[in-house]
Design a protein around this ligand. Structure first.
Ligand code: F0G
Length: 458
């Protein structure tokens, strides 16, 4: 008999979580103005809001915390981190930041100006926010297959080269600061980009003299998919694949809260000395001195270990198999999900799940609220609320898909939790015909509204 796959770790510490009643949850939702971000974590049984900063650190990371060097300048922990980042990515200049969006802020302060366009594959919302706040535009060049949830394309994060070339041809070079490849592509469902596609994007961008940057929050998960799915890559180590990935870029921004396996942190890494010098100034203004940039020495020490662990195959196999396990259960129950299952999350297609709720009443948000009411599971809307309003017309921007994301924290929940989640969603699916009304907005901010928007029943 073949041995089943099992986790390459055992659990050393546990945290109690509270299982609430349906009545309690109905009340808490009302108090939260039907925004799951407003719930207290103690009111959540299984928290799938995000995989960002919510994972469990290893004993080696906890030990590294104790060795952290808290010197303001020239910290030993910075050196450890710099060496690890260079070993994994090949980039020699490192600027730590307090998290991924801070890395975007620093880098874009150097590179993005009013009137610019930044092509890429479904930019993440903070990334888009940092582009739009500078009165520039993010142009989505993701392949069309990404928006058909049943298309089994193995690399649905890929960039369509024709769409990209169209951007390069229709805008002056000085208005295209860089092309941004997000690995894995969070907004299209945690979907990977192939090495072949990255190589082709780099070649095309070189031809037009445009730099390529990676938004690398989940780069190790992307490397795992390359090893598993791309012809000729199956015998390579994850670290070897990572080196090749980053060889197709001029630099990267990183949210260490994902594939850094830490609870807070981020960085910029690159090779261009001039950009590094300019970005150093913005790091000092916004984040802190260039050898800590908003991170404690101990956090940099834990991150150096985390990056090493996250780029090991056994860890990634366990991580991504768990996400797939949940996805396959949902598929077995007939629930419409983005396929193939992504690296960090399962994405449910709410337009298919709740056809009776109109788009004006936010079907993905409605489904997320129903799942919470059913079983105390917190998810996140990746739909019209997240897509925000058009900055010019102030109209709702309806994205191609209205998704509910079940993001799985790393090394945190067991497969029993996955079974519980799947059963809860099956129960909601069985009563889907009764759900006809959604929600309406009672208050919202100017941008990034999904974090703080307030709603009531429509
Ligand atoms: N880029 C991607 C692809 C992301 O998914 C995120 C964060 C960021 C950048 C920003 O990083 O949070 O450290 O400032 N994604 C989280 C999520 C919030 O839930 O997907 P950050």
């Amino acid at each position: 008999m073949n041995l089943p796959y099992a986790e390459p770790f055992r659990i050393k510490m546990v945290e109690e979580i509270y299982q609430s009643t349906r009545e309690e949850r109905e009340q808490w939702l009302k108090e939260a103005n039907y925004n799951l971000f407003n719930l207290r974590s103690s009111h959540v049984y299984i928290d799938l809001l995000t995989d960002s900063g919510t994972g469990a650190m290893s004993d080696k990371q906890w030990s590294a915390l104790m060795t952290g060097d808290e010197s303001y300048a020239g910290s030993r922990s910075f050196e450890q981190l710099q060496k690890t980042v260079e070993k994994i990515t090949g980039f020699k200049y490192l600027l730590p930041t307090h998290q991924g969006r801070a890395a975007e802020n620093v880098l874009f302060s150097v590179l993005v100006k009013e009137g610019d366009v930044v092509p890429g594959n479904s930019h993440f919302d903070t990334t888009k926010g940092h582009i739009e706040i500078r009165k520039a535009h993010a142009i989505d060049c993701t392949i069309d297959e990404a928006f058909d949830i049943n298309d089994l394309h193995p690399f649905k994060g890929n960039i369509n080269l024709e769409k990209l070339e169209e951007v390069y041809k229709s805008h002056p070079k000085e208005n295209i600061p860089f092309c941004l490849i997000t690995i894995t592509c969070n907004s299209s469902g945690g979907q990977p980009v192939s090495l072949e596609n990255m190589k082709a994007v780099k070649a095309l961008s070189d031809q037009y003299g445009i730099p390529v940057f990676f938004d690398s929050a989940r780069f190790a998960e992307n490397a795992y998919f390359i090893k598993k799915r791309e012809a000729g890559q199956e015998n390579r180590s994850i670290k070897d694949i990572c080196k090749e990935i980053f060889s197709y870029g001029d630099g990267m921004t990183m949210s260490s809260k994902k594939d850094g396996l830490v609870n807070i942190g981020g960085f910029i890494a690159l090779n261009n000395e001039e950009v590094f010098r300019k970005a150093s100034n913005f790091t000092i203004i916004y984040e802190g001195f260039i050898t800590y940039g908003g991170m404690a020495g101990r956090d940099m020490a834990a991150l150096a270990v985390g990056l090493d662990e996250a780029t090991e195959f056994a860890y990634l196999e366990s991580r991504i198999s768990q996400v797939e396990y949940l996805g396959n259960k949902l598929i077995e129950y007939g629930i419409p999900v983005q396929k193939p299952i992504g690296g960090h999350a399962v994405f449910i297609d709410s337009l298919n799940f709740l056809p009776n709720v109109s788009r004006e009443e936010y079907p993905a948000q409605t489904l997320g609220l129903e799942i919470y009411k059913e079983a105390g599971i917190r998810t996140v809307e990746i739909g019209t609320l997240l897509a925000d309003r058009d900055p010019a017309t102030r109209e709702n921007r309806y994205p191609k898909l209205e998704l509910v994301r079940l993001a799985i924290p790393r090394r945190t929940y067991t497969n029993n939790h996955m079974d519980y989640i799947a059963a809860a969603i099956k129960n909601v699916y069985e009563r889907r015909d009764e759900i006809a009304k959604g929600y309406k907005i009672t208050w919202e901010p100017e941008i990034l509204r999904h974090f703080t928007v307030q709603l009531e029943k429509a």
